[in-house]
Ligand binder design. Sequence first.
Ligand SMILES: Cc1ncc(COP(=O)(O)O)c(C=O)c1O
Length: 415
Amino acid sequence: MPERPFVYSDGMLFCDGVPLSEIADRFDTPTYVYSAEAIRFAYHEIDQAFAGLPHRICYSVKANPNLSVCSILAALGAGADVTSGGELVRALRAGFPPEKIVFAGVGKSRAEIEQALTAGIGHFSVESEGELRLLSGVAADRATIAGFALRVNPDVNAHTHPYITTGLASSKFGVPIGEATRLYRLAATLPGLRAEGIGMHIGSQMEDLSPVVEATRGLAHLAAELLAQGVPLQHIDIGGGYPITYGDTQPDSPGKLTTAIEPILRPLGLLVLTAPGRRLVGAAGALLVRILYRKRNGNHAFIVADGGMNALLRPALYRAQHRLVAVRENTGEVQAQVVGPVCESADVLSFEETTPDVQPGELLAILDTGAYGFSMASEYNGRPRPAEVLVDGAAARLVRRRQSHEEMMVPEIDL
Ligand SMILES: Cc1ncc(COP(=O)(O)O)c(C=O)c1O
């Protein structure tokens, strides 16, 4: 089933039609493996959930910025939600039409604003009065008009991990909902601006999506007031945050959300934008690592893999628990902690007490790592980032090669 691309067949773990052992032999480890079919499946799932509303899915590029991954989504008709000049360049290269690109993020620089205006993006998601004034100034200097939507902070608790909760009054994101009307009025007096929309994004991995329903109600109410005041809104952006199943949980589906928000949004007659990242690519990816050692320190047993927090930061950063499965089926279980090679005690891949009983030389797959996996990887401890492989049916192709140690030093200047 494409939703679950990593399944056993003949005693070995496959990604769709390709055994992961073959990928490790061809491309070495640590390597991220993505299923193109699972990405397409996830896109269609969200697209169908929104079928009752005029809508556009803008892929949140930060979740997985690989060009080939982005190209799959661009080819399906998605737009893109980018948060930096770097993501913008990628989105354009991957084939997202500029007019379907939203520039989000709390800290756009003047250079990035200029870059986005030159590219002719759809609109800016503006997060502060200062940004609104800068956007106005830059657009006016260039004798052009910048379309914008205010990102409103609805002060709704997403009830997810504090690091990925973004819609509380205490968080840095968006403008307070009570200030939005004043800012749209201010924008109407500034040159170079056109109010095109309104938006929000309250958090990520919301297993219960009811906070989005509550926040949508507030946002839609505000949009209706603004429309009544003559603000020419064309779209309303409800953000991303759709959850995936990391363990045994049964999180809410996009369809459950849209059933609840359709009656709220339909009367507005606006184009509905949504910016999913994790749900589109998370379950489509696994990180493939090879076991280097097994060791015991006193009462503590460790399995040391060749990729750790440098390859997958989420466990160290959020204490995220991913499912770890052996590439060889039926290994049995052992009481041990799986750790990486990095010189940090936080370099843990699994917090579970038991783990597949894999021996040095064997392979482990860390599932549901297609989102915020490679994009958060680093070269810490002088380790190259993982390679990335895209599986499409029976074909496995390298979509990012591992850098050599020499290449990693290329930008440096040795005085
Ligand atoms: C503005 C914005 N939109 C969309 C997303 C995507 O979130 P998710 O991957 O949870 O769908 C994020 C994630 O941080 C975001 O900041």
